[in-house]
Design a protein around this ligand. Structure first.
Ligand code: ACO
Length: 270
């Protein structure tokens, strides 16, 4: 049975926000599952989606160790809701053309807010898993990239479409993409806006595992169980080390290992 997340009227406000954003959210013990739930529109994302994601991150119960991102229906996500590119925009949320009227700094603030929906998925205290099937286009691809791990169905189709639409990927996806596949492949994938299917995604390191579509939920559950079997504090400390490794020199990384291990040893044997 899913645990309650927020109490009283705050819960009602949150539930309304989630429904408007086309999201479902369930916490079951140490596992939180976020489902993109607008299948009739291929789980297209809006400003409301991103602010609801950020709110989930802000209110994540402390016991949660695994966050699973998944999509309802035939696609993980067809990316940004294309109505945001029309003058009318998404009712109640404006559009790119209204945002473009803002001074530059304000537009950047708007994007920074949207990015908050993605960034928390990298926190050391959790492992985030994107369970990706069907199309993961633009913002959908970037949401999968925001997660620590990607387990994909054999029908997956990743596509970074933004440059083909005259835009750049700006929902935190460029760094994980380069970290995973290298600069040259990232240039190839983004600047051609081509589709990357399952076997290539696996070969490039974009996916940790490829499974048959019907096996996706089970594969994610098994991965979650394996992750939960490891000591929580050691997992958090190790993820902190691994996430920071690229930015540190070897000497800095060795020093960081010593600091983390001293903490672990004090906790275990002190
Ligand atoms: N925004 C809003 N509505 C969408 C989106 C979207 N991104 N994608 C699909 N829909 C809607 C369609 O308009 C259609 O609605 P309707 O039934 O009211 O006509 C419904 O979802 C189903 O779409 P189909 O195209 O019929 O579904 P199909 O399975 O054949 O194709 C696909 C799926 C390939 C994802 C296709 O819908 C598509 O190319 N969508 C647009 C992708 C895109 O360009 N996204 C923006 C990327 S850039 C970024 O994210 C920043």
């Amino acid at each position: 049975m899913a645990d309650a997340v927020l109490g009283g009227s705050a819960e009602e406000v949150f539930a309304k926000e989630l429904a408007e954003a086309g999201l479902r959210y369930e916490v079951d013990g140490e596992i939180a599952t976020i489902t993109l739930d607008r299948p009739e529109k291929r789980n297209a994302q809006t400003f409301a989606t991103w602010s609801a994601l950020a709110r989930i991150g802000d209110n994540l119960p402390e016991q949660v160790r695994i966050v699973v991102l998944t999509g309802e229906g035939p696609s993980f996500s067809a990316g940004i809701d294309l109505r945001m590119f029309t003058p009318e925009g998404v009712p109640g949320q404006g559009s790119f053309s209204s945002a473009a009227q803002l001074e530059n700094a304000s537009f950047e603030d708007t994007v920074e807010q949207a990015q908050q929906g993605f960034l928390w998925l990298r926190r050391p205290e959790i492992v985030s898993i994107a369970a990706v099937h069907g199309h993961a286009i633009g913002a959908g691809f970037q949401l999968a990239l925001a997660c620590d791990l990607r387990i994909v169905a054999d029908d997956v189709k990743f596509c970074m479409k933004e440059p083909a639409l005259g835009l750049v990927p700006d929902l935190t996806g460029t760094k994980p993409l380069v970290d995973l596949v290298g600069t040259a492949k990232a240039i190839d994938i983004c600047l051609t806006a081509r589709v990357v299917e399952a076997q290539e995604a696996y070969r490039l390191g974009l996916a940790e595992q490829v499974v048959a579509r019907g096996e996706l939920a089970r594969a994610v559950r098994e991965k979650a169980e394996a992750l939960l079997a490891v000591n929580r504090d050691a997992a958090t400390a190790t993820k902190r080390l691994l996430r920071g490794a690229r930015e540190r020199t070897l000497e800095e990384q060795c020093a960081a290992e010593r600091v983390e291990q001293a903490r672990r040893v004090a906790a275990l044997f002190g």
